[in-house]
Design a protein around this ligand. Structure first.
Ligand SMILES: Cc1ncc(COP(=O)(O)O)c(C=O)c1O
Length: 395
């Protein structure tokens, strides 16, 4: 309450209008859509759905303009904890949260503080391709562990832990990027127990956790055992706006300590105090939760359109995963066709996707592709499916 009374700095964020987005493609500006094709490879929120109006007349407390607590502003962490507790149906404590400037920033800090160059880390095969790049940028050796239809295979994981003594394990447990798979409760228990048994930090990149379309997924991995070395990473990028560059790490016990001791936070104080004040007020008023609800409805419809379109156009020679949330559908050609080799042909037809090989540390998944249902509307997704149907019918 006191914080609200001291609000005296007005912010008017200027965001580009939706119609300005369809312009020539330029990778350095991630909000522009290509005009020569429907690019299902892009894994971002649709710029037209970014909630500009929520940001039009917000004010922030003066204290947000000062250096803040290492873990992030307590007002914000309390609001975040309250919303998370409701959304994941578990008690999340503000003291278990560390504010970051997004999931990528969290992974960067984790690489710096929990590993040193030359260490091995375990990832899923396949996994989020930019995480692979990030890990390698830190001089880490990446070992890929196979998945099944319930996520990381526990036997293979245990063997890899014994063989490589990794600095940490990186997993995307919910609506996995790229496969859309969600680890069920029992698999999660198993992974958390293994992390504890081997004292090996388990990093759960959970940026899609809150994007469930019907039933909520099992809780974040950090909710399972307060004594296990588990760090759950969340972000507002996919559920509000990526330009905010705002996220969090949830962990209990001493697990956050190496990060809190980082010179980065000692010098600069907590990350993103201004942005977290803005988002904190959207949580407090409920405007964020309302937006998230409507976003999930739209994404659910788009998931249905893309899944149905692919099923119709590609036919029975494809296995097409139907995720219960998130952004991505993973489709695999059953006869071993090199989908990767057909990307150029697809672009020629005015459509593109990301080839499965991009997500594999071992160059696996040559017959798979990841397509995103978040970036385009239903009409464009239908068109994209028809074009994909032509590409694969020709081959
Ligand atoms: C699994 C995963 N982690 C992290 C990110 C990036 O998140 P942020 O914008 O919070 O850095 C993405 C975005 O595609 C993602 O799919």
């Amino acid at each position: 309450m006191a914080a609200r009374q001291t609000r005296d700095v007005n912010l008017a964020l200027v965001i580009v209008k939706p119609h300005a987005f369809r312009q020539s493609y330029n990778m350095s500006m991630q909000i522009l859509k290509p005009d020569d094709r429907i690019d299902l490879g892009v894994g971002q929120p649709d710029p037209a759905l970014l909630p500009q109006s929520l940001f039009q007349s917000l004010s922030i407390p003066r204290q947000s303009l000062a250096y803040g607590q290492e873990a992030g502003a307590i007002d914000f962490r309390e609001r975040l904890a309250q919303w998370l507790s409701a959304d994941v149906r578990q008690t999340v404590q503000a003291s278990d949260l560390l504010v970051t400037t997004g999931s990528s920033n969290a992974l960067d800090m984790i690489c710096s503080r929990l590993a040193k160059p030359g260490d091995t880390v375990l990832v899923e095969d396949p996994t989020y391709f930019i995480a692979l790049n990030q890990l390698r940028e830190h001089g880490l050796k990446v070992v890929a562990v196979p998945m099944d239809d319930r996520g990381l295979q526990p036997e293979a994981l245990e063997q890899a832990i014994q063989q490589h003594a990794p600095a940490f394990i990186y997993t995307v447990p919910t609506y996995h990027n790229p496969t859309g798979i969600t680890q069920p409760d029992e698999r999660r228990r198993n992974l958390v127990a293994m992390a504890k048994r081997y004292a090996c930090p388990l990093i759960a990149d959970e940026v899609y956790q809150c994007l469930y379309f019907d039933q909520p997924p099992p809780p974040p991995l950090a909710c399972y055992d307060r004594d296990a070395p588990v760090l759950s990473v969340g972000s507002f990028s996919k559920i509000l706006a990526p330009g905010l560059r705002l996220g969090w790490i949830q962990a209990s016990g001493d697990a956050l300590q190496p990060l809190l001791n980082a010179a980065l936070l000692k010098s600069g104080g907590g990350l993103a105090p201004v942005t977290s004040a803005i988002v904190g007020s959207l949580i407090e008023t409920g405007a964020f939760q309302q937006y998230l609800q409507s976003l999930k409805q739209i994404l659910k419809t788009r998931r249905d359109v893309l899944w149905q379109g692919l099923t119709t156009e590609l036919g029975e020679r494809w296995q097409i995963n139907r995720p219960e949330g998130g952004y991505f559908i993973w489709a695999s050609q059953r006869d071993g066709l090199s989908v990767a080799d057909l990307r150029e042909a697809a672009i020629h037809q005015g459509v593109s996707f990301l080839a499965g090989t991009k997500f594999s540390a071992n160059n696996n998944f040559v017959s798979s592709m990841r397509v995103c249902f978040a970036w385009y509307d239903a009409v464009e997704l239908e068109q994209a499916c028809v074009r994909l149907g032509k590409v694969f019918a020709d081959h």
